[in-house]
Write a protein that binds this ligand. Structure first.
Ligand code: CS2
Ligand code: MN
Length: 357
């Protein structure tokens, strides 16, 4: 197991590589070339220069989060072939730079969604929250407002402003796309890319849909044990796997996240894990919490134990943290709460590992 930390290059992060290097037990970053629009090739030059920068700071760059999938691929349009071919060239360049794992997602139109990026908690910290009744009634303008409000002028992953103009049309497009059709488009992409994942020794971990239920009438297809099984069955390559995001999946009370960790890790299909905790307030409403089991509704000990005992040998990162100690950063991605979280998770791992010997 290796603990990594998400980081954005080109000054698009308040956290520095030097700071990450000082978090005990963190060996590398999960990063991306965030200025390259989805569908374009990540040149060898750009990838190597990013890798060199990370290495100079004494860290590894074995995980990329994310190489985003162009919307035309998800929509199954004829132009997808060119975007897929670019994707494969990017994989080759990443492989040559030593990358071992790619996290990506297949959520249509938009990535994750929260109705409040800065909900005050009783201890004076702030966390991201989701209220279903409010979210359901939003228009696109309000959705964008809601995500930009509190973003501290930093780009949010999946909410890059260049995506906004096409969003209305994209949402309309999907209104008549069934989950079955969507799965077909995904299968086409997987069948094209997985032979190269084998050739380049890159593990693919799809990020589950967040929140894990349909919203804005968009197909959501990776959000439960059943749908993850179905998704993993779309392609037989061992490189075709899941990023087990405990906070995303755990937002649905019906999801037994420790059981998912056990099942999918034992299949050797979990190359990457995002660990964070959530606190349910009612039905589909929740807020994110500190990583500790006692702070949320997920049993982090059991999740780590199930990963450990079922042969998990991939990368873990602390996912979203709260905003604490007055830090101003990209929501969810400050230094302090994630650094505390990383060390709590490493402590759990050490305890589980030593107890098993
Ligand atoms: C992340 C996602 O910030 C987050 O919620 O978990 O943006 C995630 O990085 C992408 O969906 C993965 O492609
Ligand atoms: Mn995640």
């Amino acid at each position: 197991m290796k603990m990594v930390f998400r980081w954005w290059p080109n000054g698009d992060d308040t956290v520095t590589l030097g700071q990450i290097r000082q978090i005990p037990g963190v060996s590398g970053v999960a990063t991306m070339l965030s200025d390259i629009p989805a569908g374009e090739v990540w040149s060898k030059e750009a990838v190597f220069s990013l890798r060199d920068q990370v290495h100079e700071a004494g860290l590894e760059m074995e995980v990329i989060e994310s190489v985003n999938v162009h919307e035309d691929i998800k929509k199954g349009l004829p132009s997808r072939d060119e975007y897929i071919s670019n994707y494969i060239t990017t994989m080759k360049n990443l492989h040559e730079a030593g990358v071992k794992c790619i996290c990506y997602n297949l959520m249509p139109v938009m990535d994750w969604f929260r109705s409040n990026l800065e909900m005050p908690l009783s201890d004076g910290s702030f966390a991201m929250a989701y209220e279903h009744a409010y979210a359901k009634g939003l228009t696109l303008d309000k959705i964008i407002d809601s995500m930009m409000n509190g973003s501290h002028d930093m780009t949010l992953p999946g909410w890059e402003p260049e995506r906004f103009p096409a969003m209305t049309k994209d949402i309309e497009f999907y209104q008549n796309v069934s989950a079955e059709e969507y799965f077909k488009n995904i299968t086409y992409f997987l069948d094209a890319v997985m032979p190269y994942a084998e050739e380049y020794d890159i593990d693919f971990g799809v990020h589950p849909d967040d929140p894990p239920w349909p919203l804005f009438h968009l197909p959501k297809v990776i959000c439960s044990t059943e749908s993850i099984r179905e998704f993993l069955n779309l392609n037989t390559s061992k490189r075709h796997g899941l990023t087990l995001c405990t906070g995303s999946l755990g937002a649905n009370k019906e999801n037994d996240v420790p059981a998912m960790a056990k099942e999918f890790a034992s299949m050797g299909r979990v190359p990457f894990v995002h660990l964070r905790n959530v606190k349910h307030t009612q039905d589909k409403d929740f807020h994110e919490s500190a990583h500790l089991s006692s702070e949320g509704d997920l049993d982090m000990y059991q999740i780590i134990k199930n990963l450990h005992d079922n042969g998990f040998d991939g990368y873990i990162r602390p996912d979203h943290g709260r905003r604490i100690w007055g830090e101003v950063s990209r929501p969810g991605y400050g230094l302090y709460d994630r650094a505390i979280g990383a060390n709590y998770l490493l402590g759990l791992w050490e305890a589980v590992d030593k107890a098993s010997r």
